[in-house]
Design a protein around this ligand. Structure first.
Ligand code: C2E
Ligand code: MG
Ligand code: MG
Length: 693
C-alpha cells in the first residue's frame, strides 16, 4: 500500500471551513423559515448552494491536505457531480428545517437521506482521482463513516430546526451547534479517508489535469470563505431590513390604530364604526340577514363629572367600555362616539336577541363601580335600530338609533327602546323647531310671564320671576321645557337668554315707574350662558340701558348649573355679584353641592326645589329635609324661598319652618305683564285681609 500523509495547515483549514459551513447552514435555515413566498424560495436556493459548497469545499480541502507519494489530480466531471450532490443534500436539509413541523419520522428519513448524500459526495469525490488499480476500502470504516455522516446530519437537522428563531441567544447557540456539526462532518471525512487503502504501484488517472493542488487548495479556501461571508452578510442585511420593515410596520399599525380608535377607552371611534357599519350593510345585503345598531348614552354622567372631576369620569368611561367589551360577542363592534355615547353593532341579529342583549348591557352597566376610591353608580339608556327596516344607510341607522335612545331617556332612563317610524317625525320636528326658534326673537314670538314671590305667608310681593314662553305659530304657547333643551344644545340659548335679561330689566323699569319701587325681578340663567364670556357685559348694559339699579335684579342659577364647572362658575358669579346683582340658587336639593363649594358661592338666596314642597306634610321626610335646608341656608346667611306652593297647608307649614319667601300657584300663577296686575291686586287684597285678621 502507498504511504499517505496529511498537510497539517490544510487539515486545520478544512476543520475551519467545516465549522463555518455548519454555521452558515444554521443561519440559512433560520432565514428560510422566517421568509415567505418568493423570498423563501430564493433563500432556499442560495442557502443550499452556500451550504452545499461549504460541505463540499471542506471535503475537497481535506482531500487536498491528503498526499500520496505519486502525482495526484481530480477528474472535473466527477468533482462537479460531488459538488451537486452536496448541494442537493443541503437543499433537502433546508427544506425540511423550514417546514412548520419536523416530526420524528421526517427527521429520521431526512437525516438518513442527507447522511447518505454526504457520504456519496465523499466517495464520488474520492473516485474523481481515477485511481488505478481502484482504491481498496475497509468495509467497517466505510460503514462507520456513513453512520457518522447520518448521525451528523440528524444532529444538524434537529439543531437547525430548534434554532430557527432569529434572536441574540440563538446566535450563540448556533455557534456552539456549528462547532459540533463541523466536527461531525470532519469526523466523517477523515473516517472515510482512513477507510481507503491505495495499492502499491497505483497511479492517479486524473494526475495530468495539470492543476497544482496547492494553488487549487488556496482557491477553494478563498472561494468558500467568500461564499460564507457573502451568505452571512446578505443574511444579516436581510435581518436588518426585516427588523426595519417590522418596526416600520408596527409604527404604521400604531398610527392606524390611533386614527381609528378612541384615545381614552381604545374602543373603535366613529370613523372605524362607520367602516364596520358599511361592511355590515354589505354582508347583510349578501346574506339577506339583519343587524342591530345599539345607541347607548349614560344617564347622569355629567353630574358624576361635575361632582368627582374629569379624572373619575374618565375612569368610569373606561370601566363602562370594559363591560361593553365583556358583554359583546366575538365579531360584534363596540365603539365610543365621544363623551358618554357608545354604539354596539350586533351582527347578525333578530329583534328578540337584540332586546335580550340590550337588557344584559343595562344590567351590567348598572352594577356599582369603584373608581379612585369613589363608590359610583350609573345607568344607561339604549336606542335600537335594525337594518334594513329602520334604515338603509349608516347615517339613517345612527340617527334612528339616536332617536330611539332619546325616547328611552324620556321613558324614565335605564331602559331600551326600539326605533319606530313615529320617532322619525320627532327628529324632523326637532330640526324644524330649531329652525323656527332661530327666528323667534326677531319675530317677537318670545314672551316673558312673571310669577310673584311673596314674603311668607301671604305677602307683600318682594319680586317676580321672569319665565320664558314661546308663542310658536305652529304649536301655540310653549313652556320652556318644550324648547329650552333645544335652545341649549344648539347654542341659541345665548341670544335668547340675552333677550330675556334685557326684556326683564325693561319691564321692571316700567313697574318701578308705576310705583312698585321695591320689587325686584328674577331671571333664570342656563349653564351655557354662564360659560359665555359676554354674560357680565350683557347684564351690565341691560341695567344701564333701562336705568335699573343692580339690586333690583336677581339671577337664578340651578344648583347643577353652578356645579358644572365649579371654578369657572365661581369666577363669573363673583363678577356678577360685584356688579351688585343678587344670586339665587334655584331647585336646591336636587344637585349634589358640596358644602364647601356652597359656602364660597356669592349667593343671597336658596330656592328649595318644588319636589320637596309637593309631598310636604307634617312629620314626613320632606319636612325634615326642608328643615335642614333652611338651617343650612340661614347659617350661610341666605334668604330661603320655597317654590311650588300649591296649598294653604304647605303655605302654613313652610312659614312655620322659617321660609322667608313663598312662590307658587296658590299665591299667583305665572302670567303676562298686562294680566299680572290683576293677580297682584287680588294678592295685595288678600295679604291686607290676612294682616287685618
Ligand atoms: P324654575 O326656575 O324652577 O321655575 C319654576 C317653574 O315652576 C316654572 O315653570 C313655574 O311655572 C313652575 N311653578 C311655579 N309655581 C308652581 C306651582 O305651584 N306648581 C307647579 N306645578 N309648578 C309651579 P316653567 O315656567 O315651565 O319653567 C320651567 C323652568 O324653565 C324654570 O324652572 C327655569 O329653570 C326654566 N326657565 C324658565 N324661563 C327661563 C329663562 O328665561 N331662561 C332660562 N335659562 N331658563 C328658564
Ligand atoms: Mg327659577
Ligand atoms: Mg326652580
Amino acid at each position: 500500500m502507498l504511504e499517505s500523509s496529511y498537510n497539517e495547515v490544510l487539515v486545520a483549514c478544512s476543520i475551519l471551513v467545516a465549522v463555518l459551513a455548519a454555521y452558515t447552514a444554521l443561519n440559512m435555515a433560520s432565514r428560510v423559515s422566517s421568509a415567505s413566498g418568493k423570498a423563501a424560495v430564493l433563500w432556499l436556493i442560495g442557502g443550499s448552494f452556500a451550504m452545499g459548497f461549504g460541505i463540499w469545499s471542506m471535503h475537497f480541502i481535506g482531500m487536498l491536505a491528503f498526499s500520496l507519494p505519486i502525482d495526484q489530480g481530480y477528474d472535473v466531471p466527477l468533482t462537479v457531480l460531488s459538488l451537486l450532490i452536496a448541494t442537493a443534500s443541503s437543499a433537502l436539509a433546508l427544506y425540511l428545517v423550514c417546514q412548520e413541523k419536523l416530526p420524528f419520522s421526517r427527521l429520521v428519513s431526512g437525516g438518513i437521506l442527507m447522511g447518505l448524500g454526504i457520504a456519496a459526495m465523499h466517495y464520488i469525490g474520492m473516485d474523481a482521482m481515477l485511481m488505478n488499480p481502484h482504491i481498496v476500502y475497509v468495509p467497517s470504516l466505510v460503514v462507520l463513516s456513513i453512520i457518522i455522516a447520518i448521525a451528523a446530519s440528524l444532529g444538524g437537522l434537529w439543531l437547525a430546526f430548534r434554532l430557527r428563531e432569529v434572536d441574540k441567544q440563538a446566535t450563540f447557540a448556533r455557534m456552539g451547534a456549528a462547532l459540533v456539526m463541523g466536527c461531525a462532518i470532519i469526523g466523517m471525512h477523515y473516517t472515510g479517508m482512513a477507510a481507503s487503502r491505495f495499492p502499491l504501484n497505483s497511479f492517479c488517472g486524473a494526475a495530468n489535469s495539470g492543476i497544482d493542488t496547492k494553488w487549487l487548495a488556496t482557491l477553494v479556501i478563498i472561494v468558500s470563505i467568500a461564499v460564507f461571508a457573502i451568505a452571512l452578510i446578505v443574511s444579516m442585511l436581510d435581518v436588518r431590513t426585516n427588523r426595519l420593515s417590522e418596526s416600520l410596520d408596527s409604527a404604521n399599525n400604531e398610527l392606524i390604530k390611533l386614527a381609528l380608535h378612541d384615545n381614552l377607552t381604545h374602543l373603535p371611534n366613529r370613523v372605524l364604526l362607520n367602516d364596520r357599519m358599511e361592511q355590515a350593510i354589505h354582508r347583510a345585503e349578501r346574506n339577506n340577514s339583519e343587524f342591530a345598531v345599539l345607541f347607548l348614552d349614560l344617564d347622569g354622567f355629567k353630574t358624576i363629572n361635575d361632582i368627582h372631576g374629569h379624572h373619575v369620569g374618565d375612569l368610569l368611561l373606561q370601566e363602562v367600555s370594559q363591560r361593553l367589551l365583556g358583554s359583546k360577542r366575538e365579531g360584534d363592534t363596540a365603539a365610543r362616539l365621544g363623551g358618554d355615547e357608545f354604539v354596539v353593532l350586533l351582527e347578525p341579529v333578530t329583534p328578540g336577541n337584540s332586546a335580550i342583549f340590550a337588557q344584559r348591557l343595562i344590567d351590567k352597566i348598572e352594577q356599582p363601580y369603584e373608581a379612585a376610591n369613589h363608590h359610583l353608580q350609573i345607568s344607561t339608556s339604549i336606542g335600537i335600530a335594525i337594518y334594513p327596516q329602520d334604515g338603509q344607510t349608516e347615517h339613517e341607522l345612527m340617527v334612528h338609533a339616536d332617536a330611539a335612545m332619546y325616547h328611552a331617556k324620556k321613558q324614565g332612563r335605564n331602559g331600551y327602546c326600539f326605533f319606530k317610524r313615529s320617532m322619525n317625525t320627532d327628529v324632523h320636528l326637532q330640526m324644524q323647531m330649531q329652525q323656527n326658534l332661530r327666528h323667534a326673537a326677531d319675530r317677537n314670538e318670545l314672551v316673558l310671564h312673571y310669577q310673584p314671590k311673596l314674603i311668607a305667608p301671604s305677602g307683600p310681593i318682594t319680586g317676580l320671576e321672569a319665565l320664558l314662553r314661546w308663542q310658536s305659530p305652529d304649536h301655540g304657547l310653549l313652556s320652556p321645557d318644550r324648547f329650552l333643551p333645544l335652545a341649549e344644545s344648539s347654542g341659541l340659548i345665548v341670544p335668547i337668554g340675552n333677550w330675556v335679561i334685557n326684556e326683564a330689566c325693561r319691564q321692571m323699569k316700567v313697574w318701578h315707574d308705576q310705583g312698585h319701587k321695591d320689587w325686584n325681578v328674577a331671571v333664570n340663567l342656563s349653564a351655557v350662558q354662564l360659560e359665555h364670556d359676554s354674560l357680565v357685559d350683557v347684564v351690565r348694559s341691560a341695567l344701564t340701558q333701562h336705568s335699573l339699579a343692580p339690586s333690583h335684579l336677581v339671577l337664578e342659577i340651578t344648583e347643577s348649573t353652578a356645579m358644572r364647572d365649579a371654578e369657572a362658575s365661581l369666577k363669573v358669579l363673583n363678577d356678577l355679584s360685584a356688579l351688585g346683582v343678587s344670586i339665587s340658587i334655584d331647585d336646591f336639593g336636587t344637585g349634589y353641592s358640596s358644602l364647601l363649594y356652597l359656602k364660597r358661592l356669592p349667593a343671597n338666596e336658596l330656592k328649595i326645589d318644588r319636589g320637596f314642597i309637593t309631598e310636604l306634610a307634617q312629620g314626613n321626610d320632606d319636612e325634615a329635609i326642608i328643615r335642614a335646608i333652611i338651617a343650612l341656608g340661614k347659617t350661610l346667611g341666605m334668604k330661603i324661598v320655597a317654590e311650588g306652593v300649591e296649598t294653604t297647608d304647605q303655605q302654613e307649614l313652610l312659614t312655620g319652618l322659617g321660609c322667608n319667601t313663598l312662590q307658587g300657584y296658590l299665591l299667583g300663577k305665572p302670567a303676562p305683564p298686562d294680566t299680572l296686575l290683576d293677580t297682584i291686586t287680588h294678592l295685595t287684597k288678600r295679604s291686607e285681609s290676612a294682616t287685618i285678621t
